[in-house]
Design a protein around this ligand. Structure first.
Ligand code: PLP
Length: 236
């Protein structure tokens, strides 16, 4: 599924970032959308702080990490200009570290975690932006709320005074073909539209799309794309 960039080893992070930004803009225009309505979250998991600094120098601001400890380490190692997004599964016992380190949490996937994050954010005096992670296709062994569980989670999120619920996140199945990717991303958008209408909330953000499928996600309404490999190279 990965689209490996030709000549990646010969290009710099700044060049690859520019290429990804051009592809994002082209995909947005092709979908009749404003390119500015799609933000790139550069997924820096497993890459060193130096590479993140290079991306930051090239104008990239939003970075995504999937592990809480690595996120906290990167926050400590890098300048304050970075905007940190936690995109990976969050265990309850790491919620406080996550709240301190991240301004966005994309992976809220249970009522228990939602309530814990709300309490901790109140204690820490902050109001993180959160997204509810949905397992759109109902695939087993994948984290995310089942679609049936989403209404109760939206209702609970609305009641959390210390959390700013901005929308939804999903990950497509690993081996999904193009039709299945469209169906998955369209499914998240439709769920968002239904929840926004039902609960009178804006829920503007849809975090979907990675290196191999972000153009399809943009065609289906993604506002945040999480791209690692196409910027930083393949992970070992
Ligand atoms: C690693 C990761 C990504 C980025 O994947 P690439 O294929 O390297 O672009 C996006 N989202 C999540 C949740 C991830 O863990």
């Amino acid at each position: 599924m990965y689209r490996r960039e030709r000549g990646m080893s010969n290009s710099t992070i700044a060049q690859r970032l520019a290429t990804v930004q051009e592809r994002i803009a082209a995909a947005a225009r092709a979908a009749g959308r404003d390119p500015a309505s799609v933000r790139l979250v550069a997924v820096s998991k497993t890459v060193d702080a130096e590479a993140v600094r290079e991306a930051l120098a090239a104008g990239q601001v939003a970075f995504g990490e999937n592990r809480v400890q690595e996120l906290a380490n990167k926050v400590a190692a890098l300048p304050e200009g970075c905007e940190w997004h936690l995109i990976g599964h969050l265990q309850n016992n790491k919620a406080r570290t996550a709240v301190r380190a991240a301004s966005w949490i994309h992976s809220v996937d249970s009522l228990e975690l939602l309530e814990r994050l709300d309490r901790i954010a109140g204690e820490e005096g902050c109001r993180p932006r959160i997204l509810l992670q949905v397992n759109v296709t109902g695939e087993e062994a994948k984290s995310g709320l089942a679609p049936e569980a989403v209404p109760a989670a939206v209702e609970a999120a609305r009641a959390c005074a210390n959390l700013d619920c901005q929308g939804f996140m999903t990950m497509a199945e690993f081996d999904a073909d193009e039709a299945a990717l469209h169906a998955c991303f369209a499914g998240l958008r439709q769920l968002r539209d239904a929840m926004a209408a039902r609960y009178g909330m804006a829920l503007p953000e849809l975090s979907m799309g990675m290196s191999g499928d972000f153009e399809i996600a943009i065609a289906e309404g993604a506002t945040l794309v999480r791209v690692g490999t196409a910027i930083f190279g393949s992970r070992h």
